[in-house]
Design a protein around this ligand. Structure first.
Ligand SMILES: CC(=O)SCCNC(=O)CCNC(=O)[C@H](O)C(C)(C)COP(=O)(O)OP(=O)(O)OC[C@H]1O[C@@H](n2cnc3c(N)ncnc32)[C@H](O)[C@@H]1OP(=O)(O)O
Ligand SMILES: O=CC(=O)O
Ligand SMILES: [Mg+2]
Length: 564
């Protein structure tokens, strides 16, 4: 139990309710979000839903055993009535009818949160997931940033550049993306077990911000969320229960909270109607999370040598299985009256090369044009510099309308999408250069993640946990099945020996690129070891970030013993 301070000395530990231990570093700013009431709320959610979460995770493993044994993911005959029924989701909240451009970025650093809110995007998705390395410092600073953002008081002074950051009069509407169901929060123990990461992210944010959000940004509704990495509608049902519990606890109307679910796993594409149905009073759409989706395709078909991916750079939205997924998502959302959101082009502005920058922008424009023509209602931008071009494409196409939810379907393609279309293997070459690039990008991303940065620019592209996962699982898949790789016209087999040689050469190349000093001080060597181990593991690890998580957990004994 927490011992409330009885002296005038400043507190140095968190005031926790029964059964809750906070093992993260004490900081008065963190204590302002880790209040006794907020922690009790999170603990209540964990106690009510932990059994269902455990069951859902076991069901994921069970489904994977079936895929490994040769049964592909499919539409569930038992829920045909849901797919065929004429139900609709709750009406779209007027505050977010227009979501043509959404910027995404980690909830920390603070400067980025202000930049994103001021970016001219309609929505800012503040990320505790793919774009954030879940260190204690990042998570808690992220909560502090979001509280100040919702209050409208967030500011930042960049002393080195003499720059002040504050909010514009008009800002993007805030959506928050908590972590996926699979990730623990090891700095908070509830009844002796690590907290469920997403319940910490959701719970703290909701507890402190629901009133201010509804009074301001949400115009009576909200808060708004993005929900990642679900594999089945039973997981959406848990979120729906969490939302209902949160609404009851806060004493606000049912269906205030709204969420967009990322359809970013292959099993989930067969469950889109079912996911929307579970969340029908709390839904505000689905999103094509293309990068995790590609990662999930490899994971789902890990045991199948006939479904090897070509080089990562070739697996874009033009591949048949990706196009089919986007079309079916749009049709599903519009039938149910909610937004069908597009995804993230990986290109970011290139500062020192105007021609290359224009070429990158052109790729983004093309991607967005494809999305809006297909019927998407809005899309994601990784960087503020892309927003004018993306807005031009979407606004040009929509001609002043906030979305195209009520429009007739853009084409007939979606009406005929079959299960076979959704799993058709992508086409293209597999090369040793692809294996190399995966290694070079995967290691540098992991080094950054271990050092606390969850999204980084690498070779002029945005890299985050989802894109790095593709690099990892693709190399694993090629090695596992001894894929034939092209090496300048010569065919070589993907083997652990080949990977070992590639890793040695790529580590040397990374060192040359980042410089000896930065290499020595960074966590590159450790990242190289983890990446190699992951790519050669006999069984594919479910998540790189789960394996590496223990390396960023820092327990502060002083925080837990409370000086008793
Ligand atoms: C697969 C998925 O889940 S996609 C969604 C998750 N991924 C993301 O959200 C990635 C978001 N993007 C980013 O994190 C960044 O754009 C990066 C890491 C790719 C590149 O960042 P940087 O190298 O800092 O970019 P750059 O130096 O060009 O930044 C210029 C300015 O734009 C700001 N900026 C860049 N990206 C963003 C962003 N997404 N949100 C807000 N501000 C941003 C920078 O803070 C910087 O501001 P300043 O001029 O005030 O200092
Ligand atoms: O979260 C988005 C993705 O593409 O993954
Ligand atoms: Mg993702």
């Amino acid at each position: 139990m927490a011992a409330a301070s009885t002296t005038a000395a400043p507190a140095t530990c968190y005031d926790t309710p029964e059964g809750v231990d906070v093992r993260g570093r004490y900081d008065p700013a963190f204590a302002s979000v880790l209040t006794r009431g907020a922690l009790a709320f999170v603990a209540g959610l964990q106690r009510e839903f932990r059994g269902a979460v455990r069951h859902a995770m076991e069901q994921r493993r069970e489904a994977q055993r079936r895929y490994d044994a040769g049964e592909p993911p499919r539409f569930d005959p038992a829920t045909r009535f849901v797919r065929e029924g004429g139900w609709r989701c709750a009406p779209v909240p007027p505050a977010v009818a227009d979501r043509t451009v959404e910027i995404t970025g980690p909830a920390e650093p603070r400067k980025m949160v202000i930049n994103a809110l001021n970016s001219g995007a309609k929505v800012f998705m503040a990320d505790f997931e793919d774009a954030l390395s879940p260190t204690w410092e990042n998570l808690m600073n992220g909560q502090v940033n979001l509280r100040d953002a919702v209050a409208g008081t967030i500011t930042f002074r960049d002393a080195a550049r003499g720059r002040e950051y504050r909010l514009n009069d008009q800002t993007a509407k805030l959506f928050v993306r908590p972590r996926g169901w699979h990730l623990p929060e090891a700095h908070i123990l509830i009844d002796g077990e690590p907290a469920i990461g997403c319940l910490v992210d959701f719970g703290l944010y909701f507890f402190h911000n629901h009133a201010a959000f509804r009074a301001g940004q949400g115009a009576g509704l909200g808060p708004f969320f993005y929900l990642p990495k679900m594999e089945h509608s039973r997981e959406a049902r848990i979120w729906n229960g969490v939302f209902e519990r949160a609404e009851q606890t806060a004493g606000i109307e049912r269906a205030s909270i709204r969420a967009t679910v990322l359809v970013e796993t292959l099993p989930a594409v067969f469950q889109m109607d079912e996911i929307l149905y579970e969340l029908r009073d709390h839904s505000v759409g689905l999103n094509c999370g293309r990068w995790d989706y590609i990662f999930s395709y490899v994971k789902t078909f890990r045991a199948h040598p006939d479904r090897l991916l070509p080089d990562r750079a070739l697996v874009g939205m033009g591949q048949h299985f990706m196009r089919s997924y986007s079309h079916l998502l749009i049709r599903t959302c519009h039938r149910r009256g909610v937004h069908a959101m597009g995804g993230m082009a990986a290109q970011i502005p290139i500062k020192d090369d105007a021609a290359a920058n224009e070429a990158a922008l052109e790729l983004v424009r093309k991607d967005k044009l494809r999305e809006v023509r297909a019927g998407h209602d809005g899309t994601w931008a990784a960087h503020p510099g892309l927003i004018p071009a993306i807005r031009e494409v979407f606004e040009g196409h929509l001609g002043g309308r906030p979305n195209q939810i009520g429009d007739a379907p853009a084409g007939q393609e979606a009406a005929t999408v079959t299960a076979e279309d959704l799993i058709q293997p992508p086409r293209g070459a597999r090369t040793v250069d692809g294996l190399r690039l995966n290694a070079r990008v995967g290691v540098q991303y992991l080094a950054a993640w271990l050092a606390g940065s969850g999204s980084v620019p690498l070779y002029n592209l945005m890299e985050d946990a989802a894109t790095a996962e593709i690099s990892r699982v693709q190399n694993w898949q090629w090695l596992r099945h001894g894929a034939a790789l092209d090496a300048a016209g010569v065919e070589v087999r993907a083997t652990p020996e080949l990977l070992a040689r590639v890793m040695e050469e790529e580590m040397a190349r990374i060192q040359a690129e980042v410089g000896r000093e930065r290499f020595r001080q960074g966590r590159y060597a450790e990242a190289g070891r983890i990446f190699s181990r992951q790519c050669t593991a006999p069984e594919l690890d479910d998540f790189l970030t789960l394996d590496a998580y223990n390396l960023i957990v820092v327990h502060h004994p002083g925080a837990a013993d409370k000086g008793e």
